[in-house]
Design a protein around this ligand. Structure first.
Ligand SMILES: [Zn+2]
Length: 310
């Protein structure tokens, strides 16, 4: 049926100028065919994209709305999907209690770094795609009855990498918490230091830890929450020095990646190496807390850790 209608149309096209363009039999057919294709596909396009997400652990198709309502945790196998910093904050703090700090702080390209793309263009791209200025959001909030300093990292912004802005925002948060005698919670997810800022990103490791030392000296509690993945420079600095270190189930936590360790040590790595569960067994972390239980558990921990302070 389709071919007959094509030939009819093609005859109509040919008629006005047969002498100028003696057309090969195929070309008009392909010319007419094109508009037909989208109309056939349009039925499929009626289904909005991104309505379902396939769980990488149990391979079930999960309805996105259900996933959102479940704080991005698979309702079938409890796999923890990544969650954005703002969504995380929303799930933890009391309504309208979050006072964001340094919301507009952005990185400067001190090294004039250019790889496959310039650092500045990368920053602009990520700022547009994520709606964030950098890979961490910090502020003072209320969790349960406790006022606390809260920093939440976001992996979608350049792999949650720690550059000078992440370091500076966290340091200011820690210092503000010390000044106001508040407990501190930092929720990490990071691929490590930001290579685009070279030494400036490495310096953030010492800076954040120094600020934390003053916070500890004031006998104020710091809870570090490790989420998938927390690695390298972030794990080697502020994320691993919490008074209490808790992690989400299945989170990958470590310094160097397993391949690098295997190549360096030439040793077979034990099963489950660098998972939250493995690290709990070996004493690096204190507890594994599912995302949906995080808020009540943080409140419970703060109750214990701030006895006699409020
Ligand atoms: Zn699942």
């Amino acid at each position: 049926m389709a071919t007959s209608s094509f030939t009819k149309k093609s005859l109509g096209l040919e008629s006005p100028e047969p002498a100028v363009t003696p057309p090969p039999a195929t070309s008009p057919t392909t010319f007419v065919k094109k508009p037909k294709l989208p109309s056939r596909k349009s039925r499929k396009r009626d289904i909005p994209e991104g309505l379902w997400t396939k769980c990488p652990k149990c391979a079930t198709m999960v309805f996105d709305k259900e996933l959102d309502e479940n704080l991005k945790v698979c309702p079938h196998c409890q796999h923890h999907f990544p969650i954005g910093a703002r969504e995380r904050i929303h799930s933890l703090v009391g309504t309208c209690t979050f006072e964001e700090m340094d919301a507009s702080m952005t990185s400067v390209d001190v090294l004039n770094f250019t790889g496959t793309a310039s650092y500045i263009s990368k920053l602009e791209d990520y700022q547009k795609s994520t709606g964030l200025k950098d890979a961490v959001i910090t502020g003072i909030c209320k969790i349960g009855e406790h006022r606390a300093g809260l920093g939440v990292m976001d992996f979608t912004f350049l792999g949650g990498s720690m550059g000078s802005v992440v370091g500076e925002k966290l340091t200011r948060l820690i210092e503000r918490s010390t000044e106001k005698a508040l407990p501190l919670i930092i929720i990490s997810t990071s691929g490590g230091a930001r290579m685009y800022e070279g030494m400036f990103s490495l310096m953030q490791m010492a800076k954040t830890c120094a600020a934390l030392a003053y916070h500890a000296k004031a006998r104020l509690p710091y809870i570090s929450v490790l989420t998938h993945p927390t690695t390298a420079g972030v794990m080697a600095s502020f994320a691993s020095v919490g008074d209490l270190i808790i992690a989400e189930p299945g989170a990958m936590i470590g310094f160097a990646g397993p391949r690098v360790i295997k190549d360096t040590t030439q040793a077979e790595l034990p099963p489950g190496f660098q998972t939250a569960e493995f690290l709990l067994d070996h004493g690096l972390i204190d507890a594994i807390v599912p995302r949906k239980e995080l808020k009540p558990r943080l409140i419970e921990y703060l109750n214990y850790m701030t006895v006699g302070k409020n």
